[in-house]
Structure formats: C-alpha cells, structure tokens
Design a protein around this ligand. Structure first.
Ligand code: ADP
Ligand code: 5SP
Length: 476
C-alpha cells in the first residue's frame, strides 16, 4: 500500500502477454495507492497459447497484493493484449487455450483471406487493416482448418480483455479499440462485417456487443476476486489503446512501446487505411483512430540474445559493423512470419557487446521506420517520441532509440501506462469525464526529456541493406 487517497479509488488492469498488472489509483489525483503483479504461465507447443483461466487466476493474485485498497474501488476497467482468440463453449468454459497475437501458425490463413476478399487495398479500406497472422480472423480460420472439432464446440468468441470483463460482470461486451484488431470489425462502418463473418463461418451471435466509448458495461458481480460487488465496470480496451488513454495522448505525438511486442503509434482524427499492411488502422478507445505498427521481437528477443552472449542486457558496446535481425519468433513488421534471427557482418575484432548492440538496433529499426507512417502528414517532424513499456526503463534501449531516430525522446515517470489508462477509463466513468482528460489532469506523461542525438545513418543503411539482401533467407 502506498500514499493516502483524497478521492474515490479506481482499479486499472493490464492483462498482457507475460503478466497481469493491477493499479489502484486515487481518481482525484492519479496517485497510485497500491499495485500488484502476477505472471502468466505460457503454454507449450509449437504456437503461442495461453490458458484464459490463468489470466483470471493472475488477476486475483495481483489484486490480492493490493491489500484492502482494491476492495474500496468505485470502478474497474480491464485492458488486455490485443487479438487473442478466446473460444468458449456453451457453458462459458474455454474450449482450448487462447491463440495469442504472436502465434504465427495462422500466417497462411491470413494470406489466403487477403487474396479471397479482394486483396490488400480492399481490406485496408473495408476493415482499416490488411490482416496478418496476428489478427483474430486468421486465428479463427486456422482453428477451423486444424481443429474443426474445437471450432464446432465454440459457442462464443472473445478477446482477452472481453473474457475477463465478462467473468467480472456476466456481460458479453467489447469496445471499438480491441474490436478493431479482430479483422471482422469494419472501420468504414464501425460495425461487425457480416460478409467477412459469413466467409469464415463465424456466427455474429457468438461475438460480444461493442460498447460505446464511455459506457458503463456492468457492475462487478463475481465474488471470486477481492473487488467490491456492485462497483462500476468500464468497457476496457486493447493494451495499446489503453496506453494511449493513459498518456492522455493527442494527435501528433508518436509513442514507442518496448515490451513483449514493440509498437509505434499515434492518435489520429482520420481513419487510416494502409494497403501495404505495415500500419494497422486500429480504432482508439474514444472516438478517434490509432494507426499502429507492431513487431513480434522486442524485449524478449534482445534479452534472449544477451543471455546467449552471457551478458547483462545493458552491457552493449559501440562500433563494429555487425547487423542482427533478431526475428527469433518470426516477424510481423516486416511481414516475415517464417523468419528466424540473422547475424551478418562479423569480423575477428567484433566484440560480444557490439553483437548485443546490433540486436537492439535490429529490434527498433522497423518501429522507427514506421514513425512517420503512423503520424498525420501535418505532424511536427521533430515531435518527441514518448518511450514506454518495460524496455523504456533500460538505458541501452533509450540510447538506441535516440541514436537511430535522431528525435528527442521523453520517458514518462509513470510505469504501467496500460493499467494507468484502464484506471483513467474507470475514473472517467465514475466522474463523468473524458478518460484522456483525466490522464492529462493526473500528469501521467510527465517525465524526463532527452535531447536529439545525431542519427547513426551508417548503422541504418547497414540494416536496410541486410534486410533487403537477406530476404531469401528470411522468407524460408
Ligand atoms: N530495467 C529494465 N531495462 C530494460 N528492460 C527491462 C527493464 N525492466 C523490464 N524490462 C523488459 O521489459 C519487458 C516487459 O515489458 P512489459 O511492457 O511489462 O511487457 P508486456 O508486453 O508483457 O506488457 C521484459 O521482457 C524485460 O525485458
Ligand atoms: O498485437 C499487438 C498489437 O497489435 C501487441 O501489442 C499485443 O497487444 C501484445 O501486447 P504486449 O503484451 O506486448 O503489451
């Protein structure tokens, strides 16, 4: 338990890939009065899967670490990893573990769906995004092709945050932000696309209702968690949309998030439609849009390479000409789902610290390339990058971003911006305010500013050339 609270308390939840994080926040001041964190157990097998029941157990464990504070909450909101396919049977129990956003087995289904329904430009215009393996639509198609009995037993399909909200409230409900990552929510009409659902054999009745931004979707009805029965529950959203809320983000401010996934995004008033597929045209949790590019290999990949080299993650060294594309899990940006890691440019005098630095460079390269693509054309070219996620705590990550982007960088003091954004959504509901305005009032984006550094164009060019020349290997 931390500081004293002046206002009512709210709970914000981030159910992410590796863990569940919970914040209990004073709705008046934004002061975090208690926090909890519990890991998820990752499932084995070839793909990336996770048992939704474990998310619920971790939520209970994380709330349990908050002492009495969580029991006093007036409102709750759950944000979660995007895209995951949760399949429930008629009794509401998971049919099988959820297929997660970073499971690339669904890449062939994504490719087929894009071709079958008019090609990339048609998808970008209709849905807002060209679906890749990450999108729920491709995961559902994979399930039907590989596990038809599981697909046939599915009575309800949910996203990770919807699953948790439903267990809290008993309501089958989602929001426009997370729905926009399914591939069956049409950005053009802001509704489920029955043509796409028909094509993939998914009954619209199996899907949750899409709540309006700012709606109270229910109250806490479950007695299984240390939360007060009757507390208001907000719609929740996807984790990136929640972090945008948590920063009180306005158009023109690019965010770089370094966590299990790497993401780069900005709020936009215009509906995005990128036929190249680099930028997903997500909706935000309010009424705007959240153009976003996402990589599969970020902090976990670099930490793995540090472990392979037997080095601390901060033990980088400058110099040398090594290039490392750390695509250990395949890659999404660029779209190379079958890729593995590629190391090039070794010499007798290359040091392990230089190889580790090359892994950082390779992990942020595609994200930095996409910064200008997620920003509207009229955004200031020198707008500082807001650096968030677990990696933002690391010096090597921060200095790599400064060196390769040439932009000023700001690192907010507040950790856990996803959970904080969920808390702001809960506070907005309780106080009748815009959640982004709540976050701005809380001062969540306040932090340390770092001046721009001269851009390392030589490293940038080496990365560009290695990616182009290595294409045949990376597509294998
Ligand atoms: N002090 C630190 N320096 C560098 N990296 C860190 C630090 N603390 C945590 N991390 C990295 O942050 C990652 C977790 O980030 P987080 O944003 O919490 O992940 P998630 O995507 O699951 O929400 C870990 O994989 C770890 O590598
Ligand atoms: O797939 C995406 C965005 O499209 C990922 O950003 C997931 O939402 C997972 O997030 P983290 O667990 O890395 O925060």
């Amino acid at each position: 338990m931390g500081a004293q609270a002046a206002g009512p308390l709210v709970v914000g939840v981030d159910s992410s890939t590796q863990s569940t994080k919970v914040l209990v926040v004073d709705a008046a001041s934004g002061t975090v009065v208690a926090r909890g964190r519990a890991p998820h157990v990752a499932g084995g097998g070839a793909g990336k899967e996770s048992d939704p029941g474990r998310w619920w157990a971790s939520l209970g464990a994380a709330l349990g670490q908050c002492g009495d504070a969580a029991r006093q909450a007036g409102a709750v909101s759950v944000a979660g990893q995007q895209h995951g396919l949760v399949t429930l049977d008629a009794a509401g129990a998971p049919v099988r573990p959820a297929l997660l956003w970073n499971d690339v087995r669904s890449a062939p289904q994504a490719e087929r769906l894009v071709a079958e329904l008019g090609g990339p430009a048609a998808w970008a215009e209709r849905v807002g995004s060209v679906p890749g393996a990450a999108f729920t639509v491709a995961k559902w198609a994979w399930l039907r092709a590989h596990e038809p009995a599981a697909a046939a037993a599915t009575a309800a399909v949910r996203l990770p945050h919807d699953y948790l909200t439903e267990r809290l409230t008993g309501e089958a409900v989602t929001d426009r932000g997370d729905a926009s990552g399914t591939g069956w929510w049409a950005a053009a009409t802001e509704a489920y696309d029955e043509g796409i659902l028909g094509h993939i054999g998914l009954d619209p009745a199996a899907l949750p209702r899409v709540a309006r931004p700012g709606e109270a979707v229910g109250t806490v009805r479950s007695a299984e968690l240390p939360l007060p029965r009757g507390a208001l529950v907000a719609a929740g959203t996807g984790d990136n949309m929640a972090a945008a809320l948590g920063l009180g983000l306005r158009p023109g401010r690019p965010v770089l998030s370094l966590g299990t996934s790497g993401t780069v995004y900005a709020v936009s008033r215009r509906r995005p439609a990128d036929p190249s597929g680099t930028v997903a045209g997500f909706a935000d949790a309010r009424g705007d849009w959240l153009p976003l590019a996402c990589t599969l290999n970020c902090t976990l990949a670099v930490d793995r390479i540090a472990a392979l080299l037997g080095r601390d993650r901060e033990a980088v060294e400058a110099g040398g000409e090594a290039v490392l594309l750390p695509f250990l899990d395949g890659e999404r940006t660029p779209n190379l789902p079958g890729a593995s890691g590629l190391l090039h440019g070794l010499r007798h005098d290359t040091t392990p610290g230089q190889v580790l630095q090359a892994a950082y460079d390779g992990a942020v390269f595609a994200l930095l390339k996409a910064v200008d693509q997620v920003l509207d054309a009229e955004s200031a070219a020198d707008a500082p990058l807001l650096l968030i996620g677990g990696g933002a705590r690391g010096r090597a990550w921060r200095e790599t971003v400064r060196r390769l982007s040439g932009r000023p960088v700001e690192v907010p003091e507040a950790r856990e911006l996803v959970a904080l954004g969920a808390a702001a959504q809960a506070a907005g509901l309780l106080l009748g305010e815009d959640p982004a305005a709540v976050a701005r009032r809380w001062g969540t984006a306040r932090g340390t500013a770092y001046a721009p550094r001269e851009r390392d164009t030589a490293a940038w060019e080496r990365l560009t050339a290695t990616l182009a020349d290595g294409e045949a290997l990376l597509r294998r």
